[in-house]
Design a protein around this ligand. Structure first.
Ligand code: CP
Ligand code: NVA
Length: 322
């Protein structure tokens, strides 16, 4: 039976249903255990646009495409010069004539939507200022591995309420995760994101600056950099604003038994200390590995075995998301 993800874009976790998240995680877990996902990308090519730097996302996607029989084509911004040399829409229309899908890490989520609307073949978000869905799918697999379940997991996110946090809000809503956010005033996720999360899952996300309260019975302590890519000029101010929220041994002592996650790259000595990231409660490197398995699963479901790549009607009418 064809997957409901066949031929689809993944721009936001909110594009997925709870069952689709489970299907991706199940398939990723199977692949990690040695299951053969076949070669659904055989003879196909995937363009990968990177407007921002990357280590994990680029390498894990390149390996995933290669293992599924396809040819990954990484494109970096000095070449592509998105929005300067050429518009996002034109870049998409051109690439779409050559390749079978586009993976894009962009500054602006709006540009990603433009690319998806202009492309007939699937478009996958590899991080924007608004979301990082592939990261959070890998995070969900990591939580499930660590706890034996995702639903009911208590995950405390300590940091900026931006892209990774937003994808987590949607994933938590869809998967029944008890998601708590601890951030300094002014760094909360946008009201629209919280409302959308609530609409997806019916559960209110708790937001506070009470670290102790949030950590008391948490299963997972999750953090991300205080200054994201593009916010380098704010690094000093953010260092002051977030100082009390460093994930260090003293903070971790307030979360007995909890495991520690970080999407990476880590700014060691800022949001997390060496002793924590390298300590026995850290699962950050399993989490990084899971990017590969989740992206293989995602691609295998999008390019399902019974649909060869390069079918013009993959997404239906131009820009329509099934
Ligand atoms: N976590 C993550 O997306 O890492 P990269 O920025 O290195 O791709
Ligand atoms: N919030 C971080 C995530 C990096 C994977 C950033 O956008 O830089």
């Amino acid at each position: 039976m064809a997957s409901s993800l066949q031929g689809r874009d993944l721009l936001s976790i909110a594009d997925l249903s709870a069952d689709e998240i489970t299907a991706i995680l199940d398939s990723a877990a199977a692949a990690k255990s040695g299951a053969d996902l076949g070669a659904p990308l055989q003879g196909g090519s995937i363009a990968m646009i990177f407007q921002r730097p990357s280590n994990r996302t680029r390498v894990s996607f390149e390996v995933a495409v290669h293992r599924l029989g396809g040819h990954p084509i990484p494109l970096f911004n000095p070449e592509v010069q998105l929005g300067e040399r050429e518009s996002a829409g034109d870049i998409s229309r051109i690439l779409d004539r050559y390749v079978d899908g586009i993976v894009a890490r962009l500054v602006s989520h709006r540009d990603l939507v433009t690319i998806a609307q202009a492309a007939r073949s699937p478009v996958i978000n590899a991080l924007t200022d608004s979301e990082h869905p592939c990261q959070v799918l890998a995070d969900c697999l990591t939580v499930r591995e660590a706890l034996g379940h995702l639903e009911g997991a208590r995950v405390t996110y300590i940091g900026d309420g931006n892209n990774v946090c937003t994808s987590w809000i949607y994933a938590a809503a869809l998967s029944g995760v008890d998601f708590r956010i601890v951030c300094p005033p002014g760094y909360e996720p946008a009201r629209g994101v919280l409302d959308r999360g609530e609409a997806l899952g019916g559960r209110e996300v708790s937001i506070s600056n009470d670290v102790e309260g949030a950590l008391r019975d948490t299963d997972i302590v999750y953090t991300d950099v205080w200054a994201s890519m593009g916010q380098e000029a704010e690094r000093e101010r953010r260092r002051e604003d977030f100082r009390a929220l460093q994930v260090n041994d003293a903070l971790l002592a307030k979360a007995p038994g909890a495991r520690v996650m970080h999407c990476l790259p880590a700014h060691r000595g800022e949001e997390i200390t060496d002793s924590v990231i390298d300590g026995p409660r850290s699962i950050v490197f399993d989490q990084a590995e899971n990017r590969l398995w989740v992206q293989m699963a995602l691609l295998a479901l999008i390019y399902g075995a019974d649909t060869p790549p390069r079918v013009d009607a993959l997404k239906g009418p131009v820009g329509a998301v099934a």
